[in-house]
Design a protein around this ligand. Structure first.
Ligand code: RRO
Length: 373
């Protein structure tokens, strides 16, 4: 039996797959469902200081024609949540604690001061021993008028510095993870990694990535945007995101201090997706869109599929393949047409005799002209 256990920022997980902060993570009953499945940890919806209802409906829609394994989602939920007091209160702590799974609290303050205030509340509640870690969300793309912190590097450095300056939180000893935005360019990975590496002794892990923000999905039938808030602009999640998530995991893994774990999220629908993200360097993976569509049974299915892939490859632990993605290796690939879209492939090099024949033909008029002069 393949062992799916792992550690995230020093927290032991029985399974390297768990939920992302997102749909179906806002209420105690959702969190208990995750804890009762094979998921290795339970992560709350990002909390704000006060309860808020979020953006107007419809604000979360499936995108694409597939069945349960659909292409993805678009959302502009606008941080609907029950407020930090709820997520660190007895109802949630006791309910999740009873599942025996590590409980991680996600925070997404509307201001730095809110984040600092919430960290104090988490630190106090952590004395119960029922909170395993904090994931600070620096990348919600859906708050009207608020830029994405992780895409504004000066703001990001400032927020991280202020949060790490919280003495009560430091004294709690809780591992801190940062949820990042997707990046698309080398210098952006460099800047984000430099900010994080500056605090390598305090930042235990990063989670990459949040949804691809401010995208637009159009409903042809009604000739309108698919969701209502923010003019229809929202974050794309699910299958569409996998190549971006794979790149973000690999690029950050190669830049971050080795003590900082990378958790991968984006487009995990199957055990194969989870396998690929771990191969690219993730120590664990999260699921959001697929969890929303399929319910907590998705964690059981994807875990079983991952275990089957590992068994078929002779891997008995996550460490056997984590971060071991190989570069393209011509020697180990079967010969294929060079361009899969072209049935004939690019023109083949002409054999030597054909080149001589072509040269002779090209010279023929000149030779004849001299001979007939
Ligand atoms: O609630 C949301 O609109 C939301 C959040 Br907090 C987030 O981090 N990412 C996202 O796609 N939606």
């Amino acid at each position: 039996m393949a062992d799916l256990s792992t550690t995230v920022g020093g927290v032991k997980l029985s399974c390297a797959i768990y939920n992302a902060s997102g749909p179906k993570s806002g209420h105690a009953s959702d969190l208990v469902n995750v804890g009762a499945s094979r998921a290795g940890a339970v992560l709350s919806k990002s909390a704000t200081l006060k309860k808020q209802t979020g953006n107007p409906f419809p604000r979360l829609k499936k995108v694409g024609l597939g069945g349960v394994l659909c292409d993805g989602s678009i959302n502009s939920e606008g941080l609907p949540n029950s407020g930090i007091e709820y997520y660190v209160g007895a109802e949630v702590l006791d309910a999740v604690g009873a599942t025996g799974k590590p409980y991680i609290v996600s925070l997404s303050g509307l201001t730095v001061a809110d984040n600092v205030e919430m960290l104090g509340q988490v630190a106090a509640a952590a004395q119960s021993g029922k909170i395993a870690a904090v994931e600070l969300n620096l990348a919600c793309p859906n708050i009207p008028g608020k830029p994405t912190v992780a895409l504004d590097f000066e703001q990001m450095a400032d927020v991280v510095g202020q949060v790490l300056g919280h003495k009560g939180f430091e004294a709690s000893g809780l591992p801190l993870g940062l949820k990042l935005a997707p990046y698309f360019d080398g210098p952006h990975y460099d800047r984000a990694a430099a900010i994080i590496n500056r605090h390598a002794e305090r930042i235990a892990y990063v989670v990459t990535m949040n949804t691809i923000g401010n995208c637009l999905v159009v409903d042809t039938a009604t000739e309108s945007a698919l969701i209502s808030p923010k003019g229809g602009f929202g974050g794309i999640g699910g299958g569409f995101c996998k190549p971006v998530a794979l790149a973000n995991v690999a690029q950050l893994r190669s830049r971050l201090h080795p003590s900082i774990d990378v958790v991968g999220v984006g487009g995990v629908r199957t055990g194969e997706d989870a396998f690929q993200l771990i191969l690219a360097g993730a120590t664990a993976v999260q699921m959001a869109t697929q969890h929303w569509l399929e319910g907590a049974g998705a964690f059981d299915r994807v875990a079983a599929e991952l275990a089957a892939i590992m068994a078929s490859k002779g891997y008995s632990s996550i460490a056997d393949f984590k971060g071991k993605l190989k570069p393209y290796d011509r020697a180990n690939k079967p010969l294929e047409p060079p361009d899969a879209l072209s049935p004939t492939g690019p023109p083949k090099a002409a054999p030597g005799w054909a080149l001589y024949a072509l040269a002779a033909l090209a010279l023929l008029p000149a030779v004849l002209a001299v001979a007939l002069r």
